[in-house]
Design a protein around this ligand. Structure first.
Ligand SMILES: Cc1cc2nc3c(=O)[nH]c(=O)nc-3n(C[C@H](O)[C@H](O)[C@H](O)COP(=O)(O)OP(=O)(O)OC[C@H]3O[C@@H](n4cnc5c(N)ncnc54)[C@H](O)[C@@H]3O)c2cc1C
Length: 422
């Protein structure tokens, strides 16, 4: 095996984006991608429509074998990396295989956080992270009467609606009274909740997690029921499956045991370099400036920066002259978050709750389920929230990222781009 190799640990969204950014003219003899999953790279964010039966695994698998050949990429499936020998520049896998590297990228993502509570180790308690989780859900569907989804963030809402679309009774449990409370205010949440109830999803919001302690299971280690405490009263929900969507934990362990600096994630600088020479990290496993990640938009920015870093550091036949002062640096930006449930349009950007120096413009039509809220500071957009009609959300996002003064259009601002152009 040539040591003029780039090795990438992980075959998820970040890893594939870097391959796309590096293109075919990269300076490496071979790029080895080591994946602990059993199947080729797929678009993870499309697992929700896949669960809902709206797409297929084939349709969300972007690259075919000839694409990898053209890019001089070798994919090693079922290959879990256990350790990085930083001194000797090689990675060690659990099956004993070793891969020497000239440069190494850690793109191990994160895993579902499943809190330690009685019964949470039952066989049909799962996260919602990988194709293997969707396989478990789809396999159990014929015998499943009821599923419980714990956590009504973006993932939990998508899991609940996906399961419900197969006719399964679903209870969606959330600690906060506001659903998707990282992206929505109480008004937007109430519209979402009304739509979920209309779909016959049993929504239990405002449950105290400290009293939601019990998952009961039978002798076959299968869940039978979940006890939740709502407003001081214990309720027992009979169920056949529990899906936890209560957050994610960065997969930083192999970096930590190999001596790389880690905090919540693997610490990187603004060129995506870790504390060790020739080792880089990006995606949900990394931490930059105290931030960790849970959405793809910042990861696309990181992949661009990392490809630029590698092409400068290791040279590229096609791009020999890359002026140092033009090198890319990663910076944080505000991104648009979209809920992907067909029939429920929700977009959210930046700040969504007012503080002392924020002005709020809002429009609410409960009958049609339309809500639009724009937050301003000194005539600049600092956040926006859209339910029902999301047609102009990208335009509001642009106004915000371009730091536009909206003083001249604020009288029409809530009514969208066309109204403001008049
Ligand atoms: C169902 C679902 C829906 C989502 N929807 C959205 C959305 O609408 N919008 C959005 O922006 N984001 C969404 N996300 C989040 C998005 O998918 C993640 O932000 C993105 O996948 C992170 O990319 P990553 O490469 O860092 O991690 P991943 O895509 O998870 O890839 C990491 C890979 O590394 C592998 N790995 C880990 N450890 C090892 C090891 N030791 N050895 C070998 N391989 C290893 C993992 O198995 C995995 O294949 C969604 C996520 C899920 C699960």
């Amino acid at each position: 095996m040539s040591s003029n190799s780039l090795v990438i640990i992980g075959n998820g969204m970040a890893s594939n984006r870097v391959l796309e950014e590096l293109g075919t003219d990269h300076p490496f003899h071979t790029i080895h991608v080591l994946s602990d999953e059993a199947i080729a790279h797929y678009n993870r964010i499309m697992l929700s429509p896949l669960l809902g039966g709206e797409t297929s695994l084939e349709a969300i698998t972007p690259h075919q074998p000839d694409w990898y050949d053209e890019h001089r990429v070798r994919i090693h499936l079922n290959t879990r990396v256990d350790f990085i020998n930083v001194q000797e520049q090689r990675v060690v896998c659990s099956d004993g295989a070793e891969f020497p590297y000239q440069a190494l990228i850690i793109a191990t993502g994160s895993r579902s956080f499943i809190p330690a509570m009685n019964g949470s180790d039952a066989d049909n308690v799962i996260g919602f992270r990988a194709m293997s989780d969707v396989d478990v859900m789809l396999r159990q569907l014929p015998a499943m009467r009821h599923a419980t989804v714990i956590g009504a963030g973006l993932l939990g809402v998508e899991a609940a609606t996906g399961l419900r679309s197969h006719g399964v009774d679903v209870t969606l449990i959330h600690r906060n009274p506001v659903l998707m409370n990282r992206q929505l205010d109480a008004t937007a949440s109430s519209l979402l909740e009304a739509e979920l109830i209309r779909r016959d999803i049993d929504v239990k919001a405002g449950c105290n997690p400290h009293t939601m302690q019990e998952i009961q299971r039978d002798q076959q280690r299968l869940v039978t029921s979940v006890t939740v405490n709502i407003e001081g009263h214990d309720q027992c929900v009979m169920t056949d499956l529990v899906v936890f969507a209560t957050g994610i934990t960065p997969n930083k362990e192999i970096a930590a045991i190999s001596g790389l600096t880690c905090n919540h994630g693997i610490v990187v600088n603004n060129r995506m370099q870790t504390s060790a020479g020739h080792i880089y990290a990006l995606g949900e496993c990394c931490e930059f400036d105290g931030n960790t990640y849970g959405l793809v938009a910042p990861i696309w920015d990181q992949a661009k920066v990392l490809a630029d870093t590698l092409l400068r550091q290791y040279g590229s036949a096609a791009t020999p002259e890359r002026p140092q002062d033009k090198s890319a640096h990663y910076t944080e930006r505000q991104h648009l978050t979209k809920l992907k449930v067909s029939g429920v349009d929700i977009h959210s950007i930046g700040q969504y709750e007012a503080d002392d120096d924020t002005e709020v413009l809002q429009l609410l039509d409960r009958y049609d389920g339309v809500y639009r809220k724009v937050l301003l500071k000194q005539n600049k957009v600092v956040g926006a929230l859209f339910v029902g009609d999301v047609s102009d959300s990208s335009w509001y996002h642009e106004l915000m990222t371009d730091d536009c003064d909206v003083g001249d259009i604020r009288v029409n601002l809530l009514f969208g781009r066309t109204a403001c152009a008049r």
